[in-house]
Design a protein around this ligand. Structure first.
Ligand code: NDP
Ligand code: 8X3
Length: 257
């Protein structure tokens, strides 16, 4: 993976699941990492593991992507050696609740839209201008099968991921006269902390989401992300839809009894 050696990769939501797996995969490929999330202690643990096993540099940023000012200031204040970000992985995201639209909680809706849509925009707006200036860079947005097909009670989460899809396409159109590439990696069911967050710590309910089937792991998704990022400069890996073999649609899942 020589194309990624010494690249600077910024990953949002690197404290868990897909983001954490991406950090490990890019570190294995020899990239230097800016890992961001709200849970700083998780990032510190990750850094210890990564730096012990790889000759790479890691910078941690405690960052809530919903805080526009904090995002702008954090990117502007990056030390010189870290300013030239080659790869941005817009991964931070979450779902809250699984309710019919007329029963949904407004606070849940706002959290999803603020994180999955507005947070992704704030980070992108802060990072992409440098890529355009250098005429080089790759943006990888983590979308979802939920951004391609709506499922019952998925309403606002699905809408936020449809928005990510529209933003990916919009970015690609607006950046076509630059060498900046834009990719979406859209997974189906991945067993991470995602469902525990959705069901606010109800571990039994979260486990049922992945019961009697083989879900993707964060590492499976990270492999696709690294594949997209490591194409030759003239190749833009626009979209990857990555499903478990046991899944054919958002709710079409083969479960063994
Ligand atoms: P996890 O819950 O395991 O990880 C989510 C990550 O996002 C955490 O690192 C969390 O860090 C971070 N995050 C959440 N809110 C914020 C915030 N406001 N500011 C900064 N970071 C934040 O879930 P996944 O790894 O599964 O989710 C990662 C992405 O993948 C999400 O965008 C999700 O929508 C998407 N996805 C997940 C699928 C799945 O089945 N799991 C399938 C398809 C897409 P912290 O809490 O420390 O801030
Ligand atoms: C996460 C996948 O199907 O649980 O985006 O919404 S799903």
């Amino acid at each position: 993976m020589t194309r990624l050696r010494n690249a600077i990769v910024l990953i949002t939501g690197a404290s868990s699941g897909i983001g954490e797996a991406c950090a490990r995969a890019f570190a294995d490929a020899g990239a230097h990492l800016i890992v961001t999330a709200r849970r700083k202690e998780r990032l510190d643990e990750l850094v210890n593991k990564l730096q012990n096993s790889n000759k790479i540099k890691v910078l941690t940023l405690e960052l809530d992507v919903r805080d526009r000012q904090a995002v702008e200031e954090a990117i502007a204040a990056l030390p010189d050696a870290w300013k030239e970000i080659d790869i941005l992985v817009n991964n931070a995201g979450l779902s809250r609740g699984l309710d019919k639209i007329h029963e949904g909680k407004i606070q849940d809706w706002e959290e999803m839209i603020d994180t999955n849509v507005k947070g992704l925009l704030y980070v992108s707006r802060a990072v992409i201008p440098g890529m355009v200036e250098r005429d080089k860079g790759t943006v990888i947005n983590i979308g979802s099968i939920a951004g391609r097909e709506v499922y019952q009670k998925g309403n606002v989460y699905c809408a936020s991921k449809f928005a990510v899809d529209a933003l990916t396409k919009g970015m690609r159109l607006d950046l076509v006269d630059t060498q900046v590439r834009v990719c979406t990696v859209d997974p189906g069911l991945v067993e991470t902390e995602f469902s525990e967050v959705r069901f606010r710590g109800d571990a039994d309910r979260a486990k049922k989401v992945y019961a009697n089937m083989t879900p993707l792991t964060g590492d499976d998704v990270a492999e696709a992300v690294v594949f997209a990022a490591s194409r030759p400069p003239h190749v833009q890996c626009a979209e990857i839809l990555l499903l478990p073999t046991d899944q054919a649609g958002p709710t079409t899942v083969h479960r063994r009894q």
